[in-house]
Design a protein around this ligand. Structure first.
Ligand code: BTN
Length: 260
């Protein structure tokens, strides 16, 4: 896929950042995964696409990516193995949460690991994928944020559970300002992570947490479903769930559903 234009967005204040703006691609995460070797010298790279033909969500799900309705963006950065990688998806969640809070007064929350929820509906999702190269790790942080959808723009199966900034505020955000804020917040939290300030990340995650202790939840993981009560997000980024028999289990990945 060839970049239609580079630096089409007017982002100022990020001198070292390479910006690639595509008209359309399959998936911004996949594009960076495919091209990271030749882009490596230009890291960090921000890739935005106006549309995705095969937008991907967590757990192999599809991410609905109709033209210019949402922000479809991926940031590629490299880090060393010293960083607590489990906290990166949570940090990305905080990045989106802070960005949304800066432009809207609604009460946004973070549903572990990194869905952003407002009015009980999803407004943004994040897909972090890592490429491990010896001591170095390349992280591709993909952000899907609903910007200018009306309810009818979502496919039937998403209508009930999705919301956009336009549905909240009456109008979509200014895209240059919004992306600038997102990138600024990303590098702020990325530095916090790189500097090992894990407690600051966890404090924010707990403050914004969608679940309260004791909430009935179930986690769908690779090996099946676990139901129980939400206990906490632990310092390593995992979620702790207490089963009805009192057993406490922790998980690093999975999809959380409310109720049993
Ligand atoms: C989820 O909630 O399941 C995660 C959704 C992540 C979607 C974004 S859109 C930009 C980037 N490219 C992708 O294919 N997916 C992520």
């Amino acid at each position: 896929m060839k970049a239609k234009t580079e630096d089409k967005l007017v982002l100022t204040g990020f001198p070292g950042l390479t910006i690639i703006h595509l008209d359309i691609c399959n998936s911004t995460n996949d594009y960076l995964k495919r091209h990271f070797r030749k882009l490596k010298d230009r890291f960090p790279v921000l890739l935005i696409s106006d549309e995705q033909k095969k937008g991907r969500g967590r757990g192999n799900r599809h991410w609905f990516s109709s033209r210019l309705k949402g922000l479809y963006a991926s940031l590629a950065v490299d880090i060393t193995r010293k960083v607590n990688l489990n906290l990166l998806p949570l940090s990305c969640g905080i990045v989106v949460l802070e960005t949304l809070k800066a432009i809207n007064q609604e009460s946004f929350s973070l549903k572990w690991p990194n869905d952003i929820i407002v009015q009980n509906k999803k407004i943004a999702g994040i897909l972090v994928e890592n490429i491990i190269q010896g001591e170095e790790i390349i992280c591709i942080c993909g952000f899907g944020i609903n910007l200018s959808h009306e309810e009818d723009d979502f496919p039937e199966e998403l209508k009930e559970k999705s919301i956009s900034i336009k549905m909240l505020s009456g109008k979509p955000p200014n895209i240059d300002i919004f992306v600038s804020l997102l990138v600024k917040n990303f590098f702020k939290w990325f530095d916090i992570l790189k500097n090992g300030k894990d407690p600051s990340i966890l404090e924010m995650v707990r403050k914004a947490n969608y679940f309260s202790k004791g909430d009935k939840i179930s986690l769908q993981g690779k090996n099946g479903r676990t139901s129980g009560s939400f206990i906490d997000i632990l310092s390593d980024g995992s979620i702790a769930i207490e089963r009805d028999n009192g057993e406490i289990l922790t998980f690093y990945t999975g999809e959380i559903y409310t109720g049993d």
